[in-house]
Design a protein around this ligand. Structure first.
Ligand code: NAP
Length: 340
């Protein structure tokens, strides 16, 4: 690759940035890398390279996605091609079966080795539940060792996350799939507060209360499934699910701007103030162009705010820890942590 920055159709400097409470800035859009059952590690790794060439500088990785080694080879090529490490923002995540104190540092080192990096910009606790389940398992699958959220245990994991910062292996740490009552406890007890909370966010699942709580507490809301995850596997679908890219309001705005409805979702996300992580192996260029192109009008932003359907797509059923529960129990919808 010759100097990819020179041929990038989007100047990385033109991409909006978000400032973390510690002062660092992260690009306001990142490429998702979860290929799920459908997209191979090689295809995702190729998309990472292609995305860097068109101007992406932010990549959302995780050990459980099973493709960090392939993506690491892409990062190596990207860096050899002239993009500087300090101009990239790379996130990875601690998987649920690695919460124990002995595993956190080793797991992070494994991601670093696979990704061929000396440090991560951001390392997240992927889920607040330390429950192993085999990749690709059915949503009805339950681990006999499944546990609820136990704050003392989470904080033991978090102390190790803090140590990763002290060791210089990661620059920032954050949470994912948290709720307000859980975050309140972590914010109370953490020496290093979470820099971000990664959460499902799209026009049909706007989570206004959590979104504002995250911002009000000095964290950045990072949004996954920003397009409504149209490619997610069958096992992650229920008959009640709705699709933001089929919503008449989104379709109308897309037509007005001459863009794909997915790009409307991305524009809305960045303008609202979250950091979307669209996954794409075919359309990543259009998504990036969307965030530097003409903005949505105030009226369009208001009309999208009005189509929230509180429709959670990633329900997390496999994390349930006892019989007779529903997935809502994972999300503390009564404002208190669901008792064990
Ligand atoms: N923290 C967590 O627990 C968590 C959970 C879920 C996801 N995530 C992160 O969030 C990322 C995104 O979530 P996701 O992959 O489920 O869903 P998504 O980004 O909402 O949707 C991705 C799908 O949209 C399509 N797409 C993207 N841009 C498009 C465009 N401009 N026009 C038409 N189609 C377009 C992609 O197809 P093409 O590839 O064909 O473009 C792909 O099928 C993941 O990859 C992962 O990094 C994190």
């Amino acid at each position: 690759m010759s100097n990819p920055a020179a041929v990038a159709p989007v100047d990385p400097a033109a991409i909006p940035k978000r400032t973390l409470s510690a002062g660092a800035t992260m690009p306001a859009i990142g490429l998702g890398t979860y290929g799920s059952d459908r997209v191979s590690a090689a295809q995702v790794a190729a998309a990472v390279k292609g995305a860097a060439a068109v101007g992406y500088r932010h990549f959302d990785c995780a050990s459980v996605y099973g493709n960090e080694a392939e993506i690491g080879a892409s990062f190596q090529e990207i860096l050899r091609g002239g993009i500087k490490r300090e101009d990239l923002w790379i996130t990875s995540k601690l998987w649920n079966d690695k919460h124990s104190e002995d595993d956190v540092i080793a797991s992070c080192r494994k991601s670093l080795a696979d990704l061929r990096l000396d440090y991560l910009d951001l390392y997240l606790v992927h889920w607040p539940f330390p429950n192993f389940h085999p990749p690709g398992c059915d949503v009805a699958s339950r681990s006999p060792d499944a546990k609820p959220y136990i704050h003392e245990n989470y904080m033991r994991t978090w102390r190790k996350m803090e140590q990763l910062v002290d060791l210089g292996l990661v620059r920032h740490i954050g949470t994912s799939n948290m709720t307000i009552p859980k975050l309140k406890l972590v914010l109370r007890d953490a020496r290093i507060k979470p820099a971000v909370n990664e959460m499902e966010l799209h026009p049909h699942f706007q989570q206004p209360e959590l979104f504002h709580f995250v911002l009000a507490n000095g964290m950045i809301p990072v949004g996954y499934c920003p397009i409504g995850s149209p490619g997610r596997p069958e096992r992650d679908r229920t008959p009640e699910d709705t699709s933001p890219t089929e919503d008449p309001v989104i379709l109308r705005i897309a037509e007005r701007h001459g863009i794909h409805p997915a790009v409307v979702c991305i524009k809305w996300a960045v303008q609202r103030g979250q950091v979307p992580l669209p996954f794409s192996v075919h359309n990543y260029r259009a998504n990036l162009l969307g965030v530097v192109g003409d903005p949505l009008t105030d009226e369009e932003m208001r009309s999208i705010a009005a189509i929230d359907r509180n429709c959670r797509l990633i329900k997390g059923q496999v994390f349930l820890w006892k019989e007779g529960q529903t997935w809502e129990d994972l999300w503390d919808i009564n404002g208190e942590i669901t008792p064990p």
